[in-house]
Design a protein around this ligand. Structure first.
Ligand code: DP6
Length: 344
């Protein structure tokens, strides 16, 4: 029995200019461009093994040890990968008809607004591309699985281009800077709640597209400005602009969520406490030391520079005494110390 397999690992990415809203649901074409930082391969990753064999009777998928059904998006990704593989004339066509087994594991909470789908889909597409000997950029195929996944195909800071073609061929990810361009950039992830989010990004952004006028304004005017400023800040390693745009863009996305009807509340009182704490720290030092950003959940991602890690960490440990490392399960909704963060 012949089994061909590939194992890969892909990290999550944390958007600093957010994707929120599609202009094409099937092709996953975004209303606006976005930029994120891809984490390194140590902490928050998906590890996936993809295997094909003539002896497999059906496609099967296991996530974190449990068998799950394969989604419609998986079929779209697989079809796109096979189409691309056929562009290579030397491909063994018979192998393309073999059934596939996928086994994936996240070393962090799944579907808690921590970009688990981005890491998982990026990893799946990477492994499939290796399995079928596909060269070149496959971020457009990862995009078909989950929009933000296309950005996890590259390291460093990455832009997902909004694209102009109706078929989506130019809506792909491009690296702006590699990780070693700004090596002292650090990320702290504060897991406020590791449970599944109540509204998935996919359905949340659908409702926003249907009901929020603020989203039109954000996509047309706010984000293009943020993208320009962010690109410049990254190239010049300008942390002040980077931090301000990151926080403003997160606030803008969550304002759109509030403007959605019915409104979507991803942030909890702990998230708001963290926002206030960050602004108090930055005010106290009269410079931006740290920036927060929140995806479709209450968990905070903090960007900061290595030198400031000890100070910021000690303040976080003071205000959130029950905090644990992600591997130990994170913190919870009642974890913040009562009292006014302005007073620290
Ligand atoms: C808030 O990529 O998960 O994290 O394309 O429907 O799969 P789908 O959505 P997804 O949305 C991520 C939204 C976000 C912002 C971002 O990562 O840019």
């Amino acid at each position: 029995m012949v089994i061909l397999s590939v194992t890969g690992r892909a990290p999550i990415n944390i958007a600093v200019v957010k994707y929120w809203g599609k202009k094409d649901e099937r092709l996953i074409l975004p209303l606006n461009g976005s930029i994120s930082g891809t984490l390194d391969l140590t902490h928050m990753c998906a590890t996936t093994t993809v295997a094909i064999s003539e002896s497999f009777s059906e496609d099967q998928f296991w996530l974190n040890g449990l068998e799950c059904s394969l989604s419609a998006r998986f079929s779209i990704v697989l079809e796109a990968i096979k189409k691309r593989a056929l562009e290579n004339e030397t491909i063994d066509r018979e192998k393309l008809s073999w059934k596939i087994h996928i086994c994936s594991k996240n070393n962090f909470p799944t579907a808690a607004g921590l970009a688990s789908s981005a890491a998982g889909l990026a990893c799946l597409v990477f492994c499939l591309a290796r399995l079928y000997n596909i060269d070149g950029d496959v971020s457009g195929i990862a995009r078909l699985g989950s929009g933000s996944a296309c950005r996890s195909m590259y390291g460093g800071f990455v832009e997902w281009m909004v694209g102009e073609c109706r078929d989506g061929r130019d809506s792909v990810a491009k690296q702006i800077i590699p990780a070693n361009h700004w090596p002292n950039m650090a990320v702290l992830i504060l897991v406020v709640n590791a449970g599944r989010k109540h509204t998935s990004s996919t359905s949340g952004m659908q409702t926003s597209v249907q009901t929020s006028r603020l989203l039109e304004h954000r996509a047309k005017l706010v984000v293009p400005d943020h993208i320009d400023l962010m690109r410049g800040a990254l190239l010049q390693k300008d942390f002040q602009t980077f931090a301000q745009v990151t926080m403003k863009d997160s606030n803008s996305m969550h304002a759109v969520c509030m403007d959605t009807y019915p409104p979507i509340h991803y942030l909890t009182h702990v998230s708001h406490h963290i926002i206030n704490l960050v602004h108090s720290i930055n005010n106290y030092f009269r410079t931006c030391k740290v920036a927060y950003t929140f995806d479709a959940g209450p968990n905070a991602c903090l960007y900061l520079l290595d030198d400031d890690l000890p100070t910021i960490l000690s303040l976080i440990r003071y205000f959130y005494p029950k905090i644990q490392n992600v591997e130990e399960g994170g913190t919870d909704d009642d974890a913040c110390r009562d009292g006014d963060v302005d007073e620290f």
